[in-house]
Design a protein around this ligand. Structure first.
Ligand code: FES
Length: 114
């Protein structure tokens, strides 16, 4: 049984310009860069586990299954999701890459400032 590593190398910081929300579909995470810093969110809906999608025209994250909506910090705006999207441990590697551990959640609004 192959268990993929929970550690994701999301690449160089400059891939994520200020004001961006980037979905990595392979690892089901969002990499977000806003004025307060960088952070990552699980892209898996907390209702029944569907993959959400960033809707830039609406400025929100939307679940296609039952209509839950989240803001870019993962907080629920609408729908049946019982919890916000989890924030994930995020750091910068020695090589300057943005790293995420999908197996470790952190408190909301714990921004990575570099
Ligand atoms: Fe997302 Fe139901 S799985 S709203």
């Amino acid at each position: 049984l192959f268990e993929p590593s929970p550690i994701v190398n999301a690449g160089a910081l400059d891939r994520y310009p200020p004001g961006s929300v980037t979905l990595d579909v392979n690892s089901a995470i969002y990499l977000v860069h806003i004025a307060e810093g960088y952070f990552s969110l699980s892209a898996i809906c907390t209702h029944l586990g569907c993959m959400t999608a960033w809707k830039p025209e609406l400025g929100m994250i939307a679940c296609p299954c039952h209509g839950s909506r989240f803001n870019q910090e993962g907080q629920k705006l609408a729908g049946p999701a019982p919890k916000p999207l989890p924030w994930l441990k995020t750091w910068v590697s020695d090589d300057g890459d943005l790293m995420v551990d999908r197996s470790v959640t952190v408190p909301q609004f714990q921004f990575l400032r570099v």
